[in-house]
Structure formats: structure tokens, C-alpha cells
Design a protein around this ligand. Structure first.
Ligand code: NAD
Length: 304
């Protein structure tokens, strides 16, 4: 039987409507929900993400500030920009867009963000609170995974949840959020694969959450029959024809498409529930960031 494909775009739209109301309520009380992005230089991926943030701020009536100092700015200059955003009443949340240039330390920038404006939970203070289960802001992508599981009424207690990936921004916080809900959590990563042990763990998963950044990593033999599979990965791959040759676009260049880390078509036949890519976790991630910006606004204005 084919898996239920979770309609993450519909979930995102539902949350969007809920948040629009909350944003209006804040405005009516004289409080501004606003997001500032901070991009040093012009990294392509970071610019693409900034464009998305700008778009949904506009759609949802949220103030947006674009800080984009040049790539050769000093660390002190960038820290000063963060300090002025900390003071700005129109900015409820600050979103640093990485990577920063090599001469600027992530640590210096992240640590200068007001912890009550740290809407993607980068600051060690907020990560510490997340670890303790006393959350102010949970990071957006891990929160999107939790939102999906909660909306599907997953009983976390005792559920076998296996996470593939252990980065500080995705895999590790997802594992902690599930652990805080009393799931039995196994975190796997590249060294698990290198030791030949990935399948041993993933085939025992009631819920398999994959955030590795490797297209085609999860094939049906790695999935338990009826499992709930959440694909966080985002990869650009070449489109191939039936003989395995690249399909070319009108400019004669290979066509590309976005896929996750899961072999969707094959795994769909074995899983019980599955999220697609595109139109999956990423769609909800944006709304989780916005939810944190609204919470931050309320926190800063005594409205919580
Ligand atoms: P990262 O490169 O920082 O971490 C990748 C993790 O995957 C590491 O823990 C690594 O050990 C593990 N890994 C890599 N290859 C593996 C393998 N063969 N077997 C097992 N584990 C392996 O990446 P990240 O920032 O955590 O992002 C992961 C993926 O999620 C990327 O594709 C990224 O584009 C995507 N992403 C999606 C969203 C979203 O909203 N949907 C947000 C952030 C990141």
C-alpha cells in the first residue's frame, strides 16, 4: 500500500492564516512584528533564503529590514549592526544568514544577538534552554518536523525515532526536541554510515527523520514497513532520461530539479506516511520562523 503523502503546503497555509491574525492583534496593541536579516557579502544560497523571508514578510504584513554590509566589513562593524538591531523596536527577530566571510566569527555575531530576538535559536543561551526543555525559541526546521508529527497525532512517548544527521542547526535540535517529548531517540550521522551501521538503526524506526543533504541516501531497504518518513534534505540534482543521460534545457545546459534525501517514489511504497520534497518540511519551516518572530514580539512587549 502506498504511503499517505503529508500535504505540508496545506499545513503551512493554515499556520499562515493563524499567524496573520496574531500579527494584526499585536499591531492593534501597538507592538510591531518585524524580522531583520543580516547577510555579510552576497553568498548565493543565503541570498535565495533572504528573498523567501522578504516575500513572506510582505505577504503577512510583517516589517522587514535588510542589513547587507559588504563582504570586507570588519567584525566590529557587523557586531555594531547587530547591536543597533537589538535596540530597534521595529525588529522583533534577527536572522543572521550564514556563511559569514572567513574573517568574521559566527560566535562573535551570534553571541551579540539579544537572546529575546534570536528567532532561529542560534544563541548558546537558547540552545542551552532547548537542551533543558525550557524553550523560548526552537529552531525553525526542527520545529517544522515536530509540527508535522504533532498534526499527525504521533504519540511521542516511547516511539522509536531515528534521526539521520547531527548538525547543530537541524539534526541535533530535532533529536533533543523528540527526546524532550519522551521518544526513544537514536541520532545517526556520517560515521554511522561509514561504520556500516546506518540500516541497523533506520530499519527499527517508527519515525525516520532524514537531514543529511545526500540525494537518494534513504532507499526502501533502510525503512521499516509502515514507518513515518520525514525528509528534511534539499538537494539540486540533474534530471536524467530513461537511459541515465542528463536532459538538457533550451540553453543546452543540464536540467536540474530539487529532491530530498529519500528516494521518494520507492520509499512511498513501503512507508506509512511520508513528506515530499519540494513542498515538504521547507514550506513549514518559514512559518515556524514567523511564529517565533510573533512570539518574540509578544515577549518584548509584555503580551505573553
Ligand atoms: P550539514 O551538512 O551541516 O549536516 C549534514 C549531516 O548529515 C551531518 O550530521 C552528517 O554527519 C550527516 N550525513 C552526511 N552524509 C551522511 C550519510 N551518508 N549517512 C549518514 N549521515 C550523513 O547539513 P544541515 O545544515 O544539517 O542540512 C541537512 C540537509 O537539510 C541539507 O540538505 C539542507 O539543505 C537541508 N535543510 C533543509 C531545511 C528545510 O527547511 N527543509 C533547512 C535547513 C537545512
Amino acid at each position: 500500500m502506498s504511503a499517505k503523502v503529508i500535504d505540508c503546503v496545506a499545513i503551512a497555509n493554515e499556520i499562515k492564516e493563524e499567524l496573520k491574525k496574531e500579527i494584526e492583534e499585536c499591531k492593534a496593541k501597538g507592538a510591531t512584528v518585524g524580522i531583520a536579516t543580516l547577510l555579510v557579502g552576497d553568498d548565493f544560497g543565503a541570498r535565495m533564503y533572504r528573498k523567501q523571508v522578504e516575500k513572506f514578510c510582505e505577504e503577512m504584513g510583517v516589517e522587514y529590514i535588510n542589513e547587507n554590509p559588504p563582504v570586507d566589513s570588519s567584525e566590529e562593524d557587523v557586531v555594531n549592526i547587530v547591536k543597533s538591531l537589538n535596540e530597534n523596536k521595529k525588529v522583533s527577530g534577527i536572522l543572521p544568514l550564514r556563511p559569514f566571510p572567513e574573517h568574521i566569527s559566527d560566535y562573535a555575531i551570534i553571541n551579540s544577538i539579544d537572546v529575546n530576538k534570536d528567532i532561529d535559536c542560534f544563541h548558546p543561551y537558547n540552545m542551552g534552554k532547548l537542551t533543558l526543555g525550557e524553550i523560548t525559541f526552537a529552531p525553525a526546521t526542527p520545529s517544522a518536523c515536530i509540527e508535522i508529527m504533532e498534526r499527525e497525532r504521533l504519540n511521542f512517548e516511547g516511539a522509536e525515532i531515528v534521526v539521520v544527521g547531527h548538525s547543530n542547526i537541524v539534526g541535533k535540535p530535532i533529536s533533543l526536541l523528540c527526546l524532550n517529548r519522551n521518544a526513544t531517540v537514536t541520532t545517526t550521522h556520517i560515521y554511522t554510515s561509514m561504520a556500516g551501521n546506518l540500516a541497523k538503526h533506520t530499519t527499527g524506526a517508527d519515525v525516520l527523520i532524514v537531514a543529511a543533504g545526500k540525494a537518494g541516501l534513504i532507499t526502501p531497504d533502510l525503512v521499516k514497513e509502515g514507518a513515518f518518513v520525514i525528509d528534511v534534505g534539499i538537494n539540486r540534482v540533474k534530471v536524467l532520461d530513461e537511459n541515465g543521460n542528463p536532459v538538457l534545457n533550451e540553453k543546452g545546459k543540464p536540467k536540474t530539479k530539487t529532491v530530498g534525501d529519500v528516494d521518494f517514489e520507492a520509499v512511498k511504497e513501503k512507508a506509512g506516511k511520508i513528506t515530499p520534497v519540494p513542498g515538504g518540511v521547507g514550506a513549514i519551516t518559514n512559518m515556524m520562523l514567523m511564529r517565533n518572530a510573533v512570539k518574540a514580539c509578544k515577549l518584548q512587549n509584555g503580551l505573553l
